[in-house]
Design a protein around this ligand. Structure first.
Ligand SMILES: [Zn+2]
Length: 255
């Protein structure tokens, strides 16, 4: 295995992530919700932080950057959209760029909607997708800065990745997402299976992440806005996927 990935809780319900290149010792943090748990994880592993890959400007994803940079001098990689205020940036990236973490390569996908700057990182060799607040397990981020068609396009971009890839998302929201999704698709067998698994994991105090994209494609209603039965379930039979997606997101906001 060329890389090791660690995940751990940060703040109230964020995930912290480290990805470590065994060959070179390089280690990246995906976002930096807060410094404390990231520093603790680095010390536990005996790893030195070399890079911070930032997905978007929200405080619960960047709050720990300055402390980590001060301690390790790590390179801060951030979305190209400079309208989003992120301090201490060393490298700006945009769609199609590749960021190296030691010998590991992260492909940059722009996935706007939640924010306009939102960026996801794909490590193809590790089959790992870090999608932060664009795609959650059985859910997706709120659409704060973009619009529904934009967010739907971003979700389609992530859905197009191979099913063997694993989703590492920004928050532990899966149980609440499952509860909502079952109101739309109570008879979806893949969703029912995920619901059972999530209940078991949460009861055991385990994270529900990572999850295989093939499972998400079948069970995550927000990736299924172009499925006829989902459109019908929200009273929009025959309507376009972006409109159906918008209705799903509105309902989730009110749930
Ligand atoms: Zn966010």
């Amino acid at each position: 295995m060329a890389a090791e990935i660690r995940l751990f809780p940060c703040l109230t319900d964020n995930f912290g992530y480290l990805i470590h290149d065994v060959a070179t010792g390089a280690t990246a943090s995906i976002d930096a919700p807060e410094a404390g748990p990231i520093l603790a994880a680095l010390e536990r592993e005996g790893w030195k932080l070399t890079d911070i890959l930032v997905t978007h400007h929200h405080h619960d994803h960047v709050g720990g950057i300055s402390e980590l940079k001060q301690k390790y001098g790590a390179r801060v990689v951030a979305p190209h959209d400079k309208s989003a205020k992120i301090a201490n940036v060393d490298l700006r990236v945009s769609e199609g760029d590749t960021v190296k973490v030691g010998n590991l390569a992260a492909r940059v996908l722009e996935t706007p909607g939640h924010t306009l700057d939102h960026t996801s990182y794909v490590f193809d060799s590790e089959q790992a997708l870090f999608a932060a607040d664009t795609l959650f397990s059985i859910g997706c981020g709120r659409v704060f800065e973009g619009n529904y068609p934009m967010m739907w396009d971003s979700l389609l971009k992530l859905r197009a990745l191979p099913g063997d890839f694993r989703l590492y998302c920004g928050h532990e929201y899966t149980a609440a997402n499952v509860k909502f999704a079952l109101t739309v698709e109570p008879d979806n067998a893949a969703l029912q299976a995920r619901a059972t698994e999530v209940t078991r994991l949460r009861a055991a105090g385990q994270p529900t992440i990572p999850v295989k994209l093939s499972d998400e494609k079948q069970a995550n209603v927000f990736l299924r806005a172009d499925v006829a039965s989902v459109a019908a379930a929200v009273g929009l039979a025959g309507k376009g996927a972006a409109e159906v997606f918008g209705e799903l997101r509105e309902r989730k906001n009110k749930s």
